[in-house]
Write a protein that binds this ligand. Structure first.
Ligand SMILES: [Zn+2]
Length: 163
């Protein structure tokens, strides 16, 4: 091997502040990074894959869901992760973008709320001791999906709040 770049990285073992599952869409990456910092998550185990939460909620195949669950399991085992943030985002190409909802942002948000709940329930079922937090990333910020939104019968946007 031949060294082509010098950079001193911290070599000490660490405890992850959270595992973060989100889409690789570059348009949201900065918002996610800044949001994590605001949440005091300095050492995240990033699980960045096309679709983010979709890989758990509506996987393309069984392999995809199992693979992502295994990644979360590894973060818990190797880095003592106690918290999982699961995210999806507006205009995500894996859902056919906003166009799939005919430009209706409320319909899109409602669909993602259902998806995020399903992903969160799967994570909680697999890892009962872990705190699971679903978020919807829009182009104006990060929206928390409240756990009681469905039960209270409120609309998608009433049941969410910007973080
Ligand atoms: Zn996406």
């Amino acid at each position: 091997m031949r060294k082509i770049f010098h950079f001193d990285s911290p070599a000490d073992p660490y405890v992850a502040d959270a595992a973060v599952l989100c889409c690789f869409d570059h348009r949201i990456s900065q918002a996610v990074r800044k949001f994590l910092r605001k949440q005091n998550i300095e050492r995240p185990d990033m699980i960045i894959v096309a679709g983010g939460a979709k890989t758990l909620a509506s996987p393309r195949n069984d392999f995809e869901q199992d693979f992502i669950l295994e990644q979360v399991r590894m973060s818990i085992r190797l880095h003592q992760t106690k918290r999982v943030l699961v995210m999806s985002h507006s205009d995500c190409a894996t859902y056919g973008g906003l166009a799939h909802f005919k430009g209706d942002r409320a319909a899109e948000a409602e669909h993602h709320r259902t998806e995020l709940h399903r992903a969160a329930e799967l994570l909680t079922a697999n890892f009962p001791d872990i705190s699971v937090e679903p978020y919807f990333v829009k182009f104006d910020g990060v929206w928390e999906v409240l756990p009681n939104a469905k039960a209270s019968g409120k609309s998608a946007l009433v049941g969410e709040r910007a973080c």
